[in-house]
Design a protein around this ligand. Structure first.
Ligand code: ZN
Length: 130
């Protein structure tokens, strides 16, 4: 945790000032061009991967980059997609998977998530895909 706090201080002292105009503009509004849906995996960094600056991509992350079917039981994915498309006017949606995804491995081999009941239930949204 100490490393993360030091990173915030470094950002404030060394990075923020060099992009003040960008952050001042983003403080009041955002106009991202793309919704980027990807896995929560710590190895995926959408901004680094796409070289997008803050404000360019609207990001939705979860285990396995899964988008559940739309139902009356609305979750964060549906709300985020609705806001991105209808609220922000985003026209492009990218669903980005990755190699060695633990969630997708568990979809293919349910034994891997046997002791993780919430994850097992979540991965059920990918059953038809499996
Ligand atoms: Zn993954």
């Amino acid at each position: 945790m100490k490393k993360l706090i030091q990173g915030v201080h470094k950002f404030q002292q060394e990075v923020f000032g060099t992009h003040q105009e960008l952050f001042a503009r983003l403080a009041t509004s955002q106009t991202p061009h793309t919704l980027f849906i990807t896995c929560s995996d710590s190895r995926i960094n959408p901004n680094m991967l796409t070289q997008a600056k803050p404000g360019e991509i609207f990001i939705l992350r979860n285990a396995g980059n899964i988008v559940p079917n739309y139902t009356d039981l609305v979750g964060g994915e549906a709300a985020t997609i609705e806001f991105a498309v209808a609220g922000l006017g985003i026209e492009h949606i990218v669903v980005c998977g990755h190699s060695n995804c633990g969630a997708i491995k568990a979809v293919l081999n349910p034994e891997l998530s046997r002791n993780l009941p919430a994850l097992t239930k979540w991965l059920g949204h990918a059953e038809t895909t499996r």
